[in-house]
Write a new protein. Structure first.
Length: 205
């Protein structure tokens, strides 16, 4: 009787530059997390992501963003990617190959609950409520797919008196070209689609 041994597909990983010189996108051939997970603090990583916590152990890692099959790392300013890229690729590759946990159960629910609580504390009029819904739909449909390719994400935060405030995540956070993206891209689109929008700004971390 022949015995068959299941062979695992090897983990492949490559890097992609992002518009943010401090951020690098590490793309794998494995699904890491079906969603978006933004870890700007060690505390949040320790609670919900063993992978992000392990990456924060590296002295040059400033923030970790995990989405689908990639990880975007933002480094501290006093380091150069040329010195770090190969060792970081190997680190992530080995972690994924060992099938260690990436995101713990309960993370998505906790983030959704926090977002629902935040939104419930903002009182919109009926007209503004409809506008907020439309703004969020436009961002989800047109903005997110584009910035995801660059290793980042943009989330709606608030709307008040014609001003839309957005949260930048991953490579978008702290990116020198994010102002151009906001003004020439997102602001122009929203003004065209929703005349009541006067300005788009980003939340400053």
């Amino acid at each position: 009787m022949e015995s068959t041994t299941a062979t695992k597909n090897p983990v492949l990983i490559y890097t992609e530059q992002t518009p943010n010189p401090e951020s690098l996108k590490f793309v794998t051939n494995k699904m890491l997390y079906a969603g978006t997970a933004d870890f700007r603090t060690r505390e949040l990583a320790d609670e919900y992501s063993p992978l992000a916590a392990a990456l924060f152990d590296l002295p040059y890692v400033k923030s970790v963003y995990i989405c689908n099959n990639f990880v975007t790392l933002t480094k501290e300013l006093n380091y150069a990617w040329e010195d770090l890229m190969i060792r970081t690729k190997d680190f992530i590759k080995n972690y994924v190959a060992e099938e260690k946990p990436v995101i713990l159960d309960g993370f998505a629910e906790a983030m959704t609950a926090a977002e629902d609580k935040r939104m419930s504390e903002i009182n919109y009029s009926e007209d503004d409520g409809e506008m907020v819904k439309r703004i969020r739909e436009l961002i989800d449909t047109y903005v997110k797919p584009a910035v995801e390719m660059d290793g980042g994400n943009i989330e709606f935060k608030s709307y008040h008196d014609g001003v839309v405030t957005l949260i930048m995540q991953g490579a978008c956070s702290g990116c020198p070209s994010s102002t151009v993206t906001l003004k020439s891209g997102i602001e122009a689109m929203l003004k065209r689609m929703i005349p009541q929008v006067k300005e788009v700004v980003q939340e400053m971390a």
